[in-house]
Design a protein around this ligand. Sequence first.
Ligand SMILES: *Cc1c(COP(=O)(O)O)cnc(C)c1O
Length: 410
Amino acid sequence: MIPAATSTDQTYDASQLLALDEQYSAHNYSPLPVVISEASGAWMTDVDGRHYLDFLAGYSALNFGHGHPDLIAATTAQLQRVTLTSRAFHHDQFGLFCKELTELTGTDTALPMNSGAEAVESAVKVARKWAYQVKGVPMDRAEVVVAGSNFHGRTTTIVSFSTDETARADFGPFTPGFHVAEYGDASAVESAITPNTAAVLVEPIQGEAGVVVPPKGYLRELRRLCDENNVLLICDEIQSGLARTGELLASEHDGIRADLYTLGKALGGGIMPVSAVVGRQEVLGVLKPGEHGSTFGGNPLSCAVGRAVIKLLATGEFQERSRQLGEHLHGRLGELVGHGVHEVRGRGLWAGVQIAEGGPSGKEASKALAARGVLCKETHDTTLRVAPPLVISRAELDRGIDAIAEVVRR
Ligand SMILES: *Cc1c(COP(=O)(O)O)cnc(C)c1O
């Protein structure tokens, strides 16, 4: 029997807390059996006082590490002032957040939301309306081309165009109007484009698919196809953006600009869920009052945290750290290829380590790493996703890489 969870003076040990999760929560995740109670910088501490190096960074939501002092200060100050107005009224953080975010990303209009999935939903809605109002697509015929093995979130519309059966099966009927073209193959996108195509939606690097970098020239080719066919290019930079790959946006590596970008994860500094669609006024300008919204989107607290995040990114320091540490990470992981590692993919401080056949599964490797004080998570069966906070030191990074080498080496 599990003790009642209502008592405030009762302390729970790790196994009791795990049992509470098991009994009272929906089992939509399969977490490692580690119960975190504190974190700072690149380190997390569990309820038994064990320390772990964070090699996942909340799927890149924690690019600036746990409890970055500037982010905590901005949040604390805003907590004392005003946290929510709803968009029924203006507040003094909103316009500044939008101005600073568009300046940072070289765009001119921002649509703040909360979760990443909401940003993607918002971009799809905007693209559809743009298709009817600007491009002249017949009503209810707009199409969006997406990539195979995509990950854009978990809502009913987004899973409608997922190619991952686990994410999709049992959740139909699905939203129509999406066409899948194999990732990395621009000619497949070309074949999928019709006069009714509103947008091509793509991750510049596919995170959940295993940190998959597309062939050189792919994004440029998509840009060209979109220009030629009057189609919007939407880059989902929710995981790849905001310094993770060594540039502000991963699409910068290919020297292209999208019409719309979706941002999320690190935009909230690991404190608040903050997302946004940013892009061109001619596109985002199609939205009129009442057509789209969110009670919490663009709230004062989120905007204050977001502004502090933008300030950190504006210096370029984190992009530079990601570039330098990333070079070191990929250099060292590259040495493991042929020694228990089949392939290492990625860019900057972001790597998909595909374990060679005969080695541990991704899940087994994650468990073995946890036992060595390093927390990361598999994606699919055989790939470890390595994405430490960008504040990690080189010595800490080496410590984590050493543990990976120990666990996978054959
Ligand atoms: C995480 C992610 C999302 C969804 O973000 P949530 O905040 O979990 O809804 C969308 N797109 C990409 C590329 C992501 O990595």
